[in-house]
Design a protein around this ligand. Sequence first.
Ligand code: MF3
Ligand code: CO
Length: 260
Amino acid sequence: MIIRKGPAEIDRIGRAGALVGETIAHVGQRIEPGVTTLELDRIADEFIRARGGVPTSQGYKGYPRAICISVDDVVVHGIPDETGVEDGSLVTIDVGVTLDGAIADSAYTFAVGAIDAESQRLLDVCQEALAAGIGEARLGNRIGDISHAVQVVVEGAGFSVVKSLVGHGVGRHYHEDPHVPNFGDAGRGPRLSEGMTIAIEPMITMGRPEVWLAEDGWTIATSDGSLAAHFEHTVAILPDGPRILTPRLGVPDLSRMGTP
Ligand code: MF3
Ligand code: CO
C-alpha cells in the first residue's frame, strides 16, 4: 500500500531530511585517510541526536550502527568498524533520520583524496542518473519512468545498475511501497500521485551488476570486486514538480540540477 502524505507530513519529512543532508555534509568533512568508519558513525550518531533526531538505521531489523558506510566495492549496508579509510577510496555515507515521527533517507558517495578519472566518472554518472530519475518524478508519470531514466544514464555511460536492490517509499516507515527499481520500462509500474514520498537511489557498479551478501548478514558488495557508487534523495511528488526533501548543502550535488 502506497501512503500518500499531506502538506504537514511532507514538511515534517522535510525537517528530518534537512537533518539527513546536514549529517551527510558534516560526516563528509571528517572523511580523511586514517579515520575509521566507526568514528564516522559516532560522529553521525552524536550529530543526529544532538538535534533531536534518531538514526533510523540503528536497530532497524537488528542493524547494529547509526548509519551505513560502504567502501569501494561495497554497494550498500556496510557496517562501520575499526577499518581506517584510505586515500583513493570511495566512501558512501547512507543516513536515515527519524525526527518528530517522520523519516527521510539519503546517501552520498565521497571520494577520499585523489581518485582516478574512471572512479570520478562513476560518481558523476551516478549523480547524473539520480538527477534524471528525479526529473521524471512528476505527477502523471509512473515509477517505470524514473527507473528507465536512471538505467539509460548508467548503461549509456558503460556502467551497470544493481538489479537486486531498489529505492522505496519512505516517510512514515523506513521502507514503504512502492519499490523504485533502477531499471525497467518507461510507462510501467505505479502511477505517481500527489503526496507520494519516495527514495530514489541508483546503486551502480563499474563492472558487472551482480552483488553478494557477506556473512555479517548486511554488507552487500560487487561480485566482481569492481567499485560501486550510490546517491540517494528522498523526494516528494507535488503538483509543481519533485521536491527534494534531503538537500545536502555544502557538498557538490549534481542531482539537484533543475529542481526547485
Ligand atoms: N538507507 C538504507 C536503505 O535505503 C537503509 C539501510 S537499513 C539498515 O536501504 F538497517 F541497514 F540500516
Ligand atoms: Co533508501
